[in-house]
Design a protein around this ligand. Sequence first.
Ligand code: BG6
Length: 483
Amino acid sequence: MVEPFDLVIFGGTGDLAVRKLLPALYHRFIDGQIPDSSRIVGIAREGLDDDSYREQVRETLGKTSGADKAKIEAFLKQVRYRSLDARKDEGWDEFAALIGEQPEHIRVFYLSTSPELFVDICGRLGHYKLNEGKSRVVLEKPIGRDLDSANQINDAVGRVFDESQTFRIDHYLGKETVQNLLALRFGNALFEPLWNNAHIDHVQITVSETLGTGNRSSYYDRAGALRDMVQNHILQLLCMVAMEPPSSLAPDAVRDEKLKVLNSLKHIDSSNVAQLTVRGQYRAGVADGAKVPGYLDELGDTKSHTETFVAVKAEIANWRWAGVPFYLRTGKRLPDRVSEIVVAFKPVPHSIFSADAGTLAQNRLVLRLQPDEGVKLWLTIKHPGPGGLRLRHVPLDMSFAEAFGVSQPDAYERLLLDVVRGNPTLFMRRDEVEAAWRWAGPILAAWSASGEAPRPYSAGSWGPSAAIALIERDGRTWSEDSE
Ligand code: BG6
């Protein structure tokens, strides 16, 4: 159980609150981790009251795993609602009085709104002295849309909350497999000696989704895949793979190492953007067995150049990783929902086997984030039985669900309670966000300077053919996790 807290969700009726945050809190509640006196306060502009908000939450939770009527009702007793506009003072006195009722509680202000509102919300939280006591603020991504706007937001938040009170969330860091990467790399003597450019050929990070942009297209069209997924989630995964061993799991020990990786990323700009990146936009096609419209039709704007797919060949300029490409790709309306990291090792230096034994394939370590979280290590072995020495490439396969018999908690469950506990290890520090924008900004600028439209790809395909060419030019292929 954590200390009693009041958790306030700005954007309390929004997609993230409804789909992720409230179910995550409910799951922690049924596991007995949330003290009875804790309160969860939804804030939005809609004129709801506690009961009508609870009705919405009841409906959402009714569809979540572990839904149980009595437990949902018990949870709802802790839920409140206040209608507030971040840009007007009306209602803030009453809200401050509500929070003031339990001054000893930890206060968490979760800003799950558009980032344009972060400045106003924090300004008012400061004005009404809600930043006092044991208070923390959680900032949802995207933090700005470039370095300048991120700095403006961080400066404004920083005038009200210290860096130690500021939790910039990247929910990928709360995923089990990502944390398991820490355990795997630093809890086993086996991998670290091989974890460098002498032994690793390349790394692939894929986050593919079958869904389109759906009802988020007005947000998405201003963001695009590089801002929505790469600048944050995928770079964070890259950092976890590439960072030097931190001396401990202390928040700054880990974040210092991640920052060094971000600062070592090779610059991509107009001079090399065409060789190192591919951006795509989906057209009509078939996804999840159904015909789906193209991005422009969904958006109702035929001129948008927003990318729904991106592939990048990233490189890290330091001793450990020089010469090891990190191929990154992500997109909407791809054939499968898969997030995985593939570490491909170099081939053996010399083969002692005859040609009819079969080909020697690279060892690959595959960390699957979703679905079916687990780890696979592809090895070469002898096919059992007589008939000569025939080589086979097979995985040592550990599915977490099978191995531990438990389903994985959603990333937000872990992260929300880490905020309450005041542990920022799995959150981004301001300088990390800035370093990530310093790398992503010039790519965005180069795309926009080129004036070129993203390459079209059919919904249900693996993106534009140029993304395949991006890796094949180097004599490599995107992993299908089947060799
Ligand atoms: C969000 C992005 O941060 O992550 C979405 O804004 C994306 O566009 C989502 O769909 C993917 O998260 P997950 O946990 O489903 O892989």
